[in-house]
Design a binder for this molecule. Structure first.
Ligand SMILES: C[S@@+](CC[C@H](N)C(=O)[O-])C[C@H]1O[C@@H](n2cnc3c(N)ncnc32)[C@H](O)[C@@H]1O
Length: 296
């Protein structure tokens, strides 16, 4: 098995899977990280392949932003211009049954590798979120919340035939209903969330979050077509992980989850993406955060 170890660290996150593979005598396959530091590992592969290498009950929190399957050659509005909705070939629907089958495979694997007290977040729009919600229930997860991420600056609806799409849904679920999961209630109630015009200071955090889409300074290293805002991922990580937690994003994209985890600090991160371009973008973002933190 080959590894590119950029820094030696006593808790290298990938040591456990090697032991696991030996113990279970499963066929060894080469999984070489595209990037690895003491607290972040990136794989440029299919997440279904990589996750099979992880032990059972291994991950504390998963944030998954799977393909929405909305790239249907339609049009949308971006920066005041009419543009194609297509995000890439990874976002094309393969039909209802195949899409459902894909979601079932990765959600089942996430269930196996999550700790009993672990939680999973899945984001999506109407194109994908009902299938994912159905599967969470089918696979015996316990749904904790469905959050509406309201985008106050969402693009207008050009065709004027429906309401303007201005939110996405985030499902938050735990593996085992009886296990005690992490929820940092006080940090959510009393924290400062300047970007959110709906959060009332010192009142409970509600299930509708108003957060603008990513600002240009979050895209200085390049663009991902469905990049999530850092404020969204920071809130998710702060609310549902503690220091030392291991976070996995099987659909890493531009790496927003890893960047947010590094900014918050004291978390380990594993990101997987099938597209090399997005792994390279993530490496640039993570390297920039590391060099900034080394200055202080
Ligand atoms: C909705 S985007 C994630 C965006 C990300 N949350 C961000 O903030 O940048 C989904 C990502 O999943 C990747 N992807 C699609 N199918 C995949 C698979 N089978 N395994 C790993 N990555 C995959 C795509 O390349 C794409 O970057």
């Amino acid at each position: 098995m080959e590894y590119k170890i950029v820094e030696q660290h006593p808790d290298l996150v990938m040591e456990l899977p090697i032991a696991y593979i030996a113990e279970k005598k499963i066929q060894q396959r080469s999984i070489t990280p595209a990037y690895q530091t003491a607290d972040a590992v990136l794989y440029n592969n299919d997440c279904l392949d990589i996750m099979t290498h992880f032990p059972d009950n291994y991950i504390d929190m998963i944030f998954a932003d799977p393909p929405y399957n909305l790239s249907n050659d339609g049009i949308t509005c971006h920066a005041g211009k009419m543009v194609s909705v297509n995000k890439g070939k990874w976002d094309k629907s393969k039909g209802f049954e195949d899409d459902l089958n894909f979601h079932e495979k990765w959600i089942s694997e996430c269930r196996r590798i999550l700790k009993p007290c672990g939680t999973i977040w899945i984001s999506g729009t109407n194109h994908s979120i009902y299938q994912c919600g159905f599967l969470l229930q089918k696979l015996d997860f316990h749904i904790l919340n469905d959050i509406s991420w309201f985008k106050p600056n969402a693009a207008p609806n050009l065709a004027c035939t429906t309401f303007a799409h201005s939110h996405e849904t985030l499902l938050w679920a735990k593996k085992d209903k009886k296990a005690k999961h992490v929820f940092n209630y006080d940090k959510m109630k009393n924290g400062i969330f300047k970007e959110d015009k709906m959060k009332v200071p010192d009142r409970q955090m509600r299930s509708v979050w108003s957060i603008p889409t990513p600002s240009p300074d979050e895209k200085v290293f390049g663009k991902h077509p469905t990049q999530k805002p850092l404020a969204l991922l920071k809130r998710i990580i702060l609310s549902s992980t503690n220091n030392g937690c291991l976070i996995l994003d099987p659909f890493n994209g531009g790496g927003t989850t890893g960047v947010a985890a590094q900014i918050i600090g004291d978390r380990k991160y594993i990101g997987i993406d099938i597209e090399k371009e997005y792994i390279n973008l993530t490496i640039k973002r993570l390297t920039s955060i590391r060099s900034q933190s080394n200055l202080f």
